[in-house]
Design a protein around this ligand. Structure first.
Ligand SMILES: NC(=O)c1ccc[n+]([C@@H]2O[C@H](COP(=O)([O-])OP(=O)(O)OC[C@H]3O[C@@H](n4cnc5c(N)ncnc54)[C@H](O)[C@@H]3O)[C@@H](O)[C@H]2O)c1
Ligand SMILES: [Zn+2]
Length: 391
């Protein structure tokens, strides 16, 4: 597709005028990304930010490739875990940049999942008021979601992603080979955001997932690469049309209102973000039917596809008042109402101003969002622990 790549690479453009950038997807890209990175950043040197588990497997080939492209290369590792997405670790990375001799022409390259990408991106956005940034995502979620769109952030003690910026990468390099070492549960969590992309904006893509989702989760290239490509394209289109989240980009919050409530109530323990979003999407699809917005059959399709990914589909049994309290502090709240993302059909989303009580009427907790039990032979849907609390 392009001079620097091999014939099999796929490329999606995020169209943002002079800040447009390609998302390149291809097997083995990691070991030949250097030339592209040099070309897109015009940098003389690059600091690769990663974490130990990822670096052990993937840092050496990336560094070699960068050196072959003529760059001076350094690396800085942050500890594993979401708690490293902090101002403290950002501070350590500024120090690493000083020691490295980082200047305006130094690229910051994030090698890892969304945690590393958000943190390294935050540092790239703020170091010397902004230096070229490259995303090399190694989780499915990071490939299709967090690497695309330019949102970068660190967590503060008071909440997630509270300090951040918009800083678009110059390039995203997604090598699906790196997903081979990613635990199945993390893959499924990434797939939840892919299902979301289809559910809100692309019925054909949703149908494709209904045909191919198991093969994609098993990393069969013929199934996986087109899925990553289309999911990136959908996110890229949304971002291109609404970079700063004023309208269209809100649709990406499908499943996230209640998903965030679940994450909050579980104190982010025992549940992955994609799992919480899966629960939130099932619930929102069902509410869309109940409110007469989506035709009957919409919610079962969403739920069945997520269940096939072994994702949870039922709300954990917290009391309604706990959910309502969590919804009231949701970021997307404006006055008493929340711009809740609903489905008009599979592939068509909309927002609707609703109060927390309207989102979650008492009757909605009486039947679980999934309604049907998972089919025999599949992994149980409700893996998420509710830490012993009773409804
Ligand atoms: N900026 C955005 O628009 C955006 C969007 C969604 C999520 N996020 C952020 O992304 C983060 C979540 O990202 P994530 O789901 O990628 O989680 P993550 O970065 O924490 O990675 C998940 C786990 O997989 C491991 N890992 C990463 N790559 C691996 C590989 N190839 N093989 C084996 N293990 C690997 C990590 O060490 C970690 O344990 C959160 O901080 C979230 O806030 C940002
Ligand atoms: Zn999400």
């Amino acid at each position: 597709m392009s001079a620097a790549g091999s014939a099999g690479d796929r490329e999606v453009t995020v169209a943002l005028g002079e800040r447009s950038y390609p998302v390149v997807i291809g097997s083995g890209l990691l070991a030949r990304a250097g030339a592209r990175i040099a070309d897109r950043t015009q940098a003389k040197q690059a600091l690769v930010v990663s974490e130990p588990g990822v670096a052990r497997r993937y840092l050496a080939p990336l560094e070699r490739s960068l050196r072959r492209a003529g760059l001076r290369v350094g690396s800085a590792l942050v500890p594993a875990g979401e708690s490293a997405k902090s101002l403290r670790q950002a501070g350590r990375l500024y120090e690493a940049l000083v020691r490295f001799g980082g200047d305006r022409g130094t690229a910051v390259v994030a090698l890892g999942g969304g945690k590393v990408g958000d943190l390294a991106g935050f540092v790239a956005a703020t170091w010397l008021r902004g230096v070229p940034f490259v995303q090399v995502p190694t989780t499915l979620l990071a490939m299709v979601d967090s690497s695309v769109g330019g949102k970068v952030a660190v967590n503060l003690p008071r909440g997630k992603n509270l300090a951040g910026a918009f800083h678009q990468p110059r390039l995203v390099v997604a090598d699906p080979d790196t997903l081979a070492s990613l635990p199945a549960r993390e893959r499924a969590a990434g797939m939840a955001e892919i299902v979301k992309a289809g559910a809100i904006l692309d019925a054909d893509f949703f149908a494709r997932l209904e045909r191919d989702v198991e093969r994609a989760l098993e990393l069969q290239p013929g199934a996986l690469v087109p899925v990553i490509e289309r999911a990136c394209a959908i996110k890229g289109e949304v971002v291109a049309r609404d970079e700063r989240e004023s309208g269209l980009r809100m649709l990406l919050n499908f499943g996230h209102t209640l998903g965030h409530a679940v994450e909050t109530l579980q104190h982010y323990r025992g549940i992955l973000h994609g799992e919480a979003v899966a629960i939130g999407m099932c619930f929102a699809a069902r509410r869309s039917e109940e409110l007469g917005l989506a035709p009957a059959g919409t919610a079962p399709r969403v739920r069945d596809l997520l269940a096939r990914c072994a994702l949870p589909t039922d709300l954990p049994p917290f009391p309604r008042r706990a959910y309502l309290a969590a919804l009231r502090v949701d970021k997307k709240r404006s006055d008493a109402q929340i711009r809740y993302v609903v489905l008009r059909a599979v592939g068509k989303a909309d927002t609707m101003p609703l109060t927390p009580e309207e989102i979650l009427p008492a009757a909605a907790l009486a039947t679980p969002a999934g309604r049907r039990a998972p089919r025999a032979g599949k992994r149980p849907a409700a893996r998420a622990r509710t830490r012993g609390r009773k409804a």
